[in-house]
Design a protein around this ligand. Structure first.
Ligand code: ADP
Length: 605
């Protein structure tokens, strides 16, 4: 940031000024305007002065119950109260005072009206205007445009030697390769100009949250050694209509002055959402978007300004924004694969003190599906755990435990399960693990535990895949469902009753089976027809049904059927291996946490 902000005075400052102004008007200006100062004296002073013939003129104000009089020269005015003096008239006659009509001139009614009514209103309106102007300036940032509104508050990260480089972003090789071209262009635009090639004006980074999109944008600026303007889409949209558009104009003006440079707009979907033409749409957002589109058309190709934008919801963007000539290049930034996860862990592990011989591959396998941000969090949790245990280095165990913390929350140290509950949980978890192990296609178990977690899980079985899995067969999915039902199946076989502990399993199993039928075409009955569409690919993958009500009924029936079949299969596997089930459950009950190796040893013994 190279912008120096003026210190802003608090609102109370202005109110105090108003108060002082009003007091001054009331106590000083009004009496001055109303007339000369009047001195109050007692009645005996009045009679003495009358006797000594020192009174110039006199005015008796019956209604006000007072007598006003002046000295001989008429320079001073005195006031005294009426005391019901019967000799008053004689006294005054003798003193030779003149009875004048008016000693103190009354203010003209027009002036009095102006002073008492119009002036305060004018002052109030003036001050109100001033304050609201100040407030608008605050909302709008600096103060160059009308009322100071409409300046972008884009942060400027001016090139610095410790800027983020591509080497700080682990994995994401495809994205990096794509962006290297931009860096090369920013270094040497002539090379491209000579041939007549032009760089895309805008590049859209799309992917799930926490995969390093912001980092990549910063890395491009760092590698190219150019200024980096960063703004979030939501920062454009303000309370006042028209402000966003002004901000866009200003951002581009600044960027053109600083070219070559990179402008990064995070969460661009906040302004770039499809204009749906509904009555009463969001005017401010649409105006902002229109301005952005116009600005993008306005700057020439090869002007040296490169626009990067990031979003988790590419499908919601306005087509005008993604057409050629605008954000026409799309760089996917996906969740890291096994190798990517391992590299990200290593990058972040450089920042902490690590014991030798840590197996990053194993940790990366355990953290399947984790994003870059989650992996960074896992490493940090491990370091925190080491500090908590008063150790000076982070160990493999710290890292493994922190994965569980990120997945399932912290251990609940003081949650006390009854022996009966503990037994049920042991059987439930062994049920999962045993079904998984007995089906040849299932991944081996890594760890089973019945230590309650803050997420509410009373225990869990951690499965770890050997390598990357890009495709899953129908059998693998079915086995997964069978494994999920294994916990409940064990409870049924051993205790003859069921508990609430399987709610999460039920939810997951239903989700898998539903997807098999409606999206993967794995049911003979429906063949290859899509019954559901994914609406939010990178944010949880919500789906919406696209079929008739009758078909929905049939789908529901098929889902129930498929889950039932797998549940039955799990029950059969466990019944056939009842001895092992008892033995393993007893072992887990005693030890509370067992590893995959221990499990396999007992299973194979
Ligand atoms: P996004 O913009 O995609 O939501 P960020 O770029 O803000 O994600 O990443 C958040 C944090 O996650 C980063 O500060 C970094 O610590 C970590 N991170 C994410 N991806 C990576 C990666 N590929 N390599 C190293 N760290 C990463």
């Amino acid at each position: 940031m190279n912008e120096v902000k003026k210190t802003k005075k608090p609102l109370i400052y202005y109110y105090v000024i108003v108060l002082i102004a009003l007091l001054l008007i009331n106590f000083l200006a009004m009496p001055w305007l109303a007339g000369r100062q009047i001195q109050e004296v007692d009645y005996s002073t009045f009679t003495d002065m009358a006797e000594n013939k020192e009174i110039g003129s006199v005015e008796i104000q019956q209604q006000e119950n007072r007598i006003l009089f002046t000295d001989k020269d008429g320079t001073r005015i005195y006031e005294t109260g009426m005391v019901g003096d019967p000799d008053l008239t004689d006294r005054l006659n003798e003193s030779g005072a003149k009875f004048s009509g008016q000693i103190v001139e009354q203010m003209s009614p027009v002036l009095s009206f102006l002073l008492s009514w119009v002036l305060p209103i004018v002052i109030f309106v003036g001050i109100g205007q001033y304050i609201s102007k100040k407030l608008m300036q605050r909302a709008g940032g600096a103060n160059s445009m009308a009322f100071g509104m409409g300046k972008s508050n884009a942060k400027i990260y001016v090139k610095s030697s410790e800027g983020i480089k591509f080497s700080d972003v682990a994995g994401e090789d495809e994205a990096k390769e794509n962006l290297t071209e931009i860096v090369d262009y920013l270094h040497n635009p002539e090379k491209y100009r000579e041939i007549g090639a032009s760089m895309p004006k805008g590049i859209l980074l799309v992917g799930p949250p926490g995969t390093g999109k912001t980092m990549l944008a910063k890395a491009v600026a760092g590698e190219a050694d150019v200024p980096f303007f960063s703004m979030s889409g939501s920062e454009f949209v303000e309370m006042f209509v028209g402000m966003g558009a002004a901000k866009v104009r200003d951002l581009f003006k600044q960027a053109k002055e600083k070219a070559p440079c990179i402008v990064f707009i995070d969460e661009i979907d906040a302004i770039g959402k499809k204009r749906d033409g509904q009555v009463g749409g969001n005017d401010e957002r649409e105006q902002t978007l229109n301005q952005l589109l116009t600005e993008m058309d306005g700057f020439e190709e090869n002007s040296g300004v490169i626009l990067l934008a990031a979003t988790n919801r590419p499908e919601s963007l306005d087509p005008a924004l993604t057409r050629p000539g605008r954000f026409d290049r799309r760089v996917p930034v996906e969740l890291p694969d096994l190798k990517g996860r391992e590299e990200i862990l290593k990058v972040h592990a450089k920042k902490i003190k690590l014991q030798g011989g840590v197996d990053f591959n194993k940790i990366a396998r355990m953290a399947s599906g984790a994003s870059g941000a989650e992996l960074a969090n896992i490493v940090n949790e491990a370091a925190l755990r080491a500090v908590r245990d008063k150790r000076s280095v982070v160990t493999q165990a710290d890292l493994e435990e922190s994965i569980e913390v990120v997945i399932a929350g912290y251990q609940k140290k003081n949650a006390i399960l009854t022996n009966e509950e503990k037994k049920v949980v042991s059987y439930h978890e062994i049920g999962h693990a045993l079904v998984a192990a007995m089906q040849s296609h299932s991944a081996p178990v890594q760890k089973i535990t019945i230590v309650p977690r803050t997420s509410g899980a009373l225990g869990y079985t951690m499965q770890v895949e050997d390598g990357n899995h890009y495709l899953m067969t129908k059998e693998e999915l079915e086995n997964k469902v069978a494994t999920l039902t294994g916990g409940r199946a064990a409870e049924e076989i051993v205790f003859g009753s069921v508990t609430t502990g399987a709610s999460n399993d039920i939810e997951q199993a239903t989700k898998v089976v539903r997807a098999m039928i409606t999206r993967y075409g794995m049911d003979e009955h429906f063949d290859m027809v899509a019954m559901e569409t994914v609406t939010n690919q990178y944010l949880g993958g919500d789906t919406s049904l696209a079929c008739s009500a009758e078909t929905q009924t049939q789908i529901d029936r098929q889902v129930v059927q498929l889950v039932k079949t797998q549940h039955e299969k799990a029950r059969q596997i466990l019944t056939e291996n009842r001895e092992k089930l008892d033995e393993l459950a007893q072992y887990l009950y005693e030890k509370e946490t067992i590893t995959g190796e221990e499990f396999m040893k007992i299973l194979n013994s």
